[in-house]
Each structure stands twice: as structure tokens, then as C-alpha cells.
Design a protein around this ligand. Sequence first.
Ligand code: SF4
Length: 218
Amino acid sequence: MRVVEIFQSIDGEANRVGTLTNFIRLAGCNLRCNYCDTDYALEKTQGEEMSIEEIISKLDKDIKNVTLTGGEPLWNKENSKALLRELVNLGYNISVETNGSINLKEYIDEFHNVSFIVDYKGPSSKMEQTMDMENFNILRPIDCVKFVVGSKEDLEKMKNIYSTTKLSEGKSEIFVSPVFGDIEPKEIVEFLLENKLVDIRMQIQMHKVIWDPMMKGV
Ligand code: SF4
């Protein structure tokens, strides 16, 4: 499979924020969000071809967390499942960052201890029509949803999705994260307060605060 980068850093968002992890970034994404900050991983041809054994050999085995990201790491179903199976066999704690357009039913049925961090891309992404709404009704307590918001319209949509899916039953953690530079974080806080959205947690991508927002491999 094509791998753009493998590196060790802290998880920058969602439920493992701040903890050390091995990042594996696979190449290729089925979406083209308006605000994408990983254009170096969008094409299937980017990165280099690596076997699962080669990928595993580049992990720091003293760090038991793995974060599988992209691009869209689940776009190639066979590759992603094979890699996840091997990582599970090796005992890693695995998080998968996925863009919300890939149906997760098969993954959830097979990978009971793998955590899926599922984005909801709102209207400002121009990719909202690709969101697979079944996902937001089948997530488990170990999974998370991340609303990526860049406008007031995105915030209104978040409120709507929260109240019309099983997300409001409180099984999975829910985060809201600003598109860096597109919306003032305080506007999100004010919206949460105004609408009493007590189950949704505001988060800023930590790696963009610590390092240059455009820096790769951190
Ligand atoms: S899903 Fe992620 S990687 Fe793909 S275009 Fe959107 S922001 Fe970029």
C-alpha cells in the first residue's frame, strides 16, 4: 500500500489528545474538502509503496498507540483491513481517523477494540453530501465524532445532526473543532453556550498550536 509518512508524535485531537502515538499516514483520499490541509496525501500515487512488514518495522514498539490517518485511510478496504488485523495481532491500541464518507459497519463488526474517529464535514467543506449518515447511528463508546466547522452554517448543521441521530444518546464522545483560520474559536464556545450543547466538547488541533500549522510529520 502507499504510505506518505510514519512518525511518532502526540495525538493532536479527539479522545487521545496529548498522548504519544505512532502515526501511519496512508496515501489517497476520496474527498476534496475546501479547507484540506493534507494535500500531500490526497493522491493514491503519493508516498511510497510499502508492505505491512515494512510499515510495522518503522513503528516505535515502546509506544503502544497507533493512529491510522490519511488522506482517507479506509478508502482501500482490503489494504486497511489487512493492516488493522496485523496491528491488532501485535497488541497496539489503534485509532483510525476517517472522513465520515466511508461506511463503518463492517469495520465496527470486525474490529471490536479499534477506535474510529469520524469526521462530520459540514457545508463549508463542500463535501457534506458524501457523509454516510448510517455511521452516526452505529458508533460505540470507544468511537468519537468530530464536527469540523468553518462557519455559522456548519455550527447549525452540527446542532441538527446531534439532535436527529443517535449521537444525542451520549454513547460516543463528540468533539467540535474549528477549521484553522476560518472561524474564531470563541464563536464556537458562544454557540455551545447559547444552545446548551453540554455533550459536545470544543477542541483545537493541538499540533497546530505547538508547531507551524503547515508543518508535516508532527
Ligand atoms: S477528507 Fe481529509 S484528507 Fe480528504 S480532502 Fe477532506 S480534509 Fe483533505
